[in-house]
Design a protein around this ligand. Structure first.
Ligand SMILES: [Zn+2]
Length: 470
């Protein structure tokens, strides 16, 4: 996942006389039955087991990414979705090769690193003294030219919170560090991994260049390796690093969003969106990020699809497996652009992209007159240990482009206490997933999507000028 510090709240632009949105009472027992059926066991774990075993890591634009698209089409069909289709997304293709790093000189020793996504390589070995900064901001404040010929090192440590809120303040070093260091003359940058683990795994993740600043190689050190460098620097002598890694953007490719839909009984053109991203980084198998979300939302949609025709929700439930999330929400931006004229028909959307921990809160960005309906949905989720929280939260990353265009959103907030121990590392693998926790989330997504699709009235989705935030 990629989280922006963005809290979108729909303003009550609608007329004061707006009729409150209601969840019809006859829908409640059906939603409760969906919820309880999910708790008795769902195919979610089998879905993520299959994706992570037969496809494995799914770097956007890779051969495995194409296999993942074919896998998702086949899985939606096998799960009984009424309509299954793909939509193209044009993306840059980035690849990594080997990565080596070592301290040279009196303290010579190897370190564990990985290239950041989007980085260029070192073009052979590159050796220089390191200059350490505790934060990106401290680096920005360094004098002009002060990093000439050096390797910048940002040592900030991400803090652990249940909601992952330590990520935003820390991740700017990954996203923007290379540009800021290059402006001051640095030859390369290494950062402490944006992660909360103490395992010797570096965390990859996307970084950016800008056109008028030299593109310097950027890599992440594992947390223990960053600690080691700090201890060496504390000895008071210059520390030199040799970096040697291959990475680079190798062209353009077309990948796909994959969409499965359960057709609504009355207004099939209106949709409730749930989903997750199909791509992953290349180091692990993308089990937590975001195979779990794919499994949860596919299983939730499938459960709704198994309802008797007369019990089908009024509107359609659309499950989107977004492509190329990790390299900048590219599938989500493509979807939002393609469906820009249909924002009003996108009733509300929610994405599962925060690992496999249980859901503990329902939050939403909806018009005021729809809040009672959110509360009613929350009452059905309450037995799952889920509280309804107003005025906080934000949409999942792939929902952001739609929310920027005016779609209402919901967030089924997961316990992410250990999410950043594994995020974007070789350790993001299936064994970290508890099948019962997945079923709790399928229960929540199925009940949420069903009830939202049954609503009398809407949640406030209305076209708004698209804000480009990239
Ligand atoms: Zn993700």
């Amino acid at each position: 996942m990629r989280m922006l510090g963005l809290a979108l709240v729909l303003t009550a632009a609608t007329a004061a006389a707006d009729t409150p949105t209601r969840i019809p009472e006859r829908a409640i027992p059906i939603a409760e039955a969906l919820r309880d059926r999910a708790l008795a066991g769902t195919p979610a774990f089998d879905i993520v087991e299959d994706l992570t075993t037969t496809v494995g890591p799914r770097l956007p634009g890779s051969q495995a990414d194409a296999r993942a698209v074919a896998w998702a089409v086949a899985k939606f069909k096998a799960l009984g979705f009424d309509r299954v289709w793909t939509e193209p997304v044009t993306i840059p293709v980035w690849r990594r090769g080997h990565a080596r790093a070592e301290v040279v000189g009196a303290f010579a020793q190897p370190l564990v690193i990985t290239a950041l996504g989007g980085s260029v390589g070192t073009d052979g070995a590159l050796e220089a003294e390191i200059a350490e900064f505790p934060t990106l901001q401290a680096l920005r404040e360094a004098p002009e030219g002060s990093l000439a010929g050096k390797i910048a090192f940002i040592s900030n440590r991400m803090e652990r919170f249940i909601d992952g809120s330590g990520y935003g303040p820390a991740v700017v070093a990954r996203s923007n560090g290379a540009v800021e260091a290059a402006r001051l003359g640095a030859k390369a940058i290494v950062i402490r991994s944006i992660g909360t683990n103490s395992a010797r795994f570096p965390h990859t993740g996307n970084m950016r260049y800008v056109d008028d600043v030299p593109k310097i190689p950027a890599a992440a050190l594992s947390n223990p390796d960053a600690d080691q460098l700090l201890r060496l620097l504390a000895r008071g002598q210059p520390v030199r690093l040799r970096l040697d890694f291959e990475a680079g953007t190798i062209g353009e490719h077309t990948t796909h969003n994959v969409i499965g839909e359960i057709t609504g009984r009355e207004r099939p053109d209106e949709v409730v969106v749930i989903g997750a991203h199909l791509d992953s980084w290349d180091l692990g198998t993308g089990a937590l990020d975001d195979g779990a979300g794919i499994a949860i939302t596919m299983a939730a949609g499938a459960l709704i699809g198994q309802l008797d025709k007369t019990q089908r929700p009024r509107r359609s439930v659309r499950v989107i497996a977004w492509g190329a999330e990790e390299i900048g929400l590219l599938g989500a931006y493509a979807y939002a652009a393609r469906h820009a004229d249909a924002i009003t028909r996108h009733l509300i959307g929610a994405e599962s992209d925060f690992g496999a921990g249980r859901i503990y809160a329902l939050r939403a960005g909806v018009k005021d007159s729809a809040w009672d309906a959110i509360e009613r949905i929350g009452q059905v989720l309450a037995p799952l240990g889920i509280v309804t929280e107003r005025g906080v939260g934000g949409p999942g990353p792939d929902i952001i482009p739609l929310a920027q265009r005016g779609m209402a959103w919901a967030q089924l907030a997961q316990d992410g206490s250990d999410y950043f121990d594994y995020h974007h590392t070789p350790d993001d693998t299936l064994d970290k997933i508890d099948p019962e926790a997945l079923d709790q989330q399928v229960a929540a997504y199925a009940a949420f999507a069903y009830l939202a699709a049954e609503a009398e009235g809407d949640f406030g989705s209305a076209p708004r000028e698209a804000v480009q935030n990239r």
